[in-house]
Design a protein around this ligand. Structure first.
Ligand code: SF4
Length: 405
């Protein structure tokens, strides 16, 4: 039997958290990650929970409509001396109808003069599909999408019993370098804009709409580290959540992080309503560092402190993802170690058998080991699931996205 769970500390005062250094802003940091600990100098206060300001486009650039919140779109239309009702209609066309172009025929309620101005100064963000593939079982479809400038990202539509989920990307490539992840192996190219993140959800919504369905679940588990691109991701989530548009429930959006501590603290301080998943994979700093280089910047003890802070501040559980690698982190001792590490925390562990990538030689945890692992967690009152594999044959599974089509 596993040892009894250790009781957690009662509360974690915010002051004991590591310095909440704001996440990097543009220009964008690229690999390799800084390996020095966070600055010892006092950190600035956490940013205000208000929406970050809209990036000002270059004077000659078209304004991307999918990067605007509904209030911002309304303000734009009113500033052009059109009544707000036209903003409401335009929003409806963009998100409820998921119209893909500023096309008068597709938007008959938009006056010609407004359409003319929209076409002159704005653009919707529609990402061309360079390639798409469907898994042999028909449950998964992967789209290789081209960004302005030529970089490519992948978006995945996954069907599970009773639900459809879009797995979307937050960056082209990733700077975090997790050893078993194809995205990490390709390095970092650039952050996505909020509009480019929203455009992926809309792409899936258009496909589902044509089939009489609707997108209800989004996971930010595609390419990139969402908390490394915090402002754009949170703006995109607000746009996707808007009840007059895509209307995704806050609890139908899950953001997965490798453990960017300042971002987790910021989500707690801003009372971010979306779900948080943390990729843990190991219960000691040494073992985690061998899989997740970002653990050098944000060590395990700081990460767990931040997670406890989040859970206690928001009274909401965290999902912890644990990629099961045969013999490396799937033993009974590992199960007991993670149960002890997370004891007393509102948490659920999602066990994910490793998906193969060309750059990593580890093998997936065996099914019997996964079941044993899960039974140990259950005995420690730690709920868990074993993720159903999806899209492995088209390299659309967790850790397999490499923008190669
Ligand atoms: S697992 Fe996530 S954070 Fe790690 S390299 Fe891959 S995309 Fe980046």
């Amino acid at each position: 039997m596993p040892p009894p769970a250790t009781p957690p500390p009662a509360t974690l005062p915010p002051a004991t958290l590591p310095p909440a250094t704001p996440l990097p802003a543009t220009p964008l940091p690229v690999t390799p990650l800084p390996v020095t600990p966070p600055s010892a100098t006092p950190s600035p206060a956490m940013p205000s929970p208000a929406m970050p300001p809209l990036a000002t486009p270059p004077p000659d650039a078209l304004l991307n409509l999918h990067g605007l919140t509904r209030d911002e779109l309304r303000a734009l239309i009113v500033s052009w001396d059109f009544p707000p009702v036209h903003a409401a209609r335009l929003w409806n066309y963009l998100y409820y109808e998921a119209v893909a172009a500023l096309d008068a025929a597709a938007m008959p309620d938009i006056p010609a003069r407004l359409m003319e101005r929209l076409r002159a100064e704005c653009t919707p963000d529609v990402l061309p599909v360079a390639h798409e593939a469907q898994s042999a079982d028909g449950f998964t479809r992967k789209y290789l999408l081209t960004l302005p400038g030529g970089s490519r990202i992948e978006t995945v539509l996954m069907r599970f019993t009773g639900r459809v989920t879009a797995c979307i990307s937050s960056q082209a490539g990733c700077a975090m370098g997790c050893v078993f992840c194809a995205t990490g192996q390709m390095g970092f190219t650039r952050h996505l804009t909020a509009a480019e993140i929203v455009a992926q959800a809309l792409h899936v919504q258009r496909i589902l709409k044509a089939q009489g369905e609707r997108l209800r679940n989004v996971v930010l588990m595609g390419m990139g580290e969402p908390l490394h691109n915090y402002d754009a991701v949170m703006r995109a989530c607000e746009i996707m959540r808007d009840g007059s548009g895509l209307a995704l429930g806050a609890r139908k959006i899950t953001l997965s992080t490798v453990g960017v501590v300042p971002g987790i603290v910021r989500m707690a301080d801003e009372a971010s309503p979306i779900h948080l998943a943390v990729s843990l994979h190991a219960a000691t700093q040494k073992e985690r560092l061998a899989l997740v280089p970002a653990a050098r910047r944000w060590p395990l003890d700081q990460l767990i402190d931040a997670c406890r802070y989040y859970v206690e501040k928001l009274n909401r559980r965290i999902f912890f993802e644990w990629t099961l690698i045969d013999g490396k982190n799937d033993t009974e001792a590992h199960a007991r170690a993670v149960a002890k590490l997370l004891s007393g925390m509102q948490a659920q562990v999602n066990l994910i058998p490793l998906n193969p990538t060309s750059g990593y030689g580890g093998a997936p945890g065996r099914t019997d080991a996964a079941k044993k692992f899960q039974s140990i967690l259950a005995a420690c009152n730690l709920p868990s699931t074993i993720r159903q594999p999806r899209g492995i044959d088209i390299a659309a599974g967790c850790g397999q996205l490499a923008a190669e089509g």
